[in-house]
Design a protein around this ligand. Structure first.
Ligand code: MN3
Length: 200
């Protein structure tokens, strides 16, 4: 069974003015779709064809004969996760368990934003900024290219795509402004809470 591009969890123009419909059109319709198409072509006729996306990611990571499979599988997963990390009128403050964990492990919401922005902006070249759960604690990380917490044995809670294709049409070279906007206006804290609450 072939992998499919999941629909966006909101209309393409729903994140305006922060992310334009044009960016979403390219990012979801072209970039994310291309990873899905590439993955299907790469696993066709191999045992990976019948594996879950998560299993493909874990089993192909750091296997030099499966670099293409890993990169495309992880990018399919990363983008689906990223769309769900955002919502129209997002941002604001988290509540409940995730708010307490951010207080405990990141020093509060303002400090979290500062550290997340530094990690995401500081990622040299293409990659992702993350909030993860690792050994019962929250951590802020950044990964290069397609690498994600799943591959590293961590639980992904939140991500921001910092590949240039994520922001260049709307923000050009101003990655810090894009990440700040993501933090202030786009984060779907309900989704982050669900990820923390999931048994693992
Ligand atoms: Mn992307």
């Amino acid at each position: 069974m072939a992998f499919e591009l999941p629909p966006l969890p909101y209309p393409k123009n729903a994140l305006e003015p922060h992310i334009s419909e044009r960016t979403m059109d390219f990012h979801h319709g072209r970039h994310h779709q291309a990873y899905v198409t590439n993955l299907n072509n790469l696993v066709k006729g191999s045992p990976a064809e019948n594996q879950s996306l998560e299993d493909i990611i874990k089993s192909s990571y750091r296997d030099s004969s499966k670099t293409g499979v890993f990169n495309n599988a992880a990018q399919v997963w990363n983008h689906t996760f990223f769309w769900n990390c955002m919502k129209p009128n997002g941002g604001g403050a988290p509540s409940g368990q995730i708010a307490q964990a951010i207080e405990r492990d990141c020093g509060g919401l303002d400090k979290f934003k500062e550290l997340f922005k530094a990690a995401a902006v500081g990622q040299f070249g293409s990659g992702w900024g993350w909030l993860v759960a690792d050994g019962g604690k929250l951590k802020i990380t950044a990964t290069s290219n397609a690498v994600n917490p799943l591959a590293e044995g961590q639980t992904a809670l939140l991500t921001c795509d910092v590949w240039e294709h994520a922001y260049y049409l709307d923000y050009q070279n101003r990655r810090p402004d894009f990440v700040q906007t993501f933090l202030d206006h786009l984060i779907n804290w309900d989704f982050v809470s669900q990820n923390l609450a999931k048994p693992r």
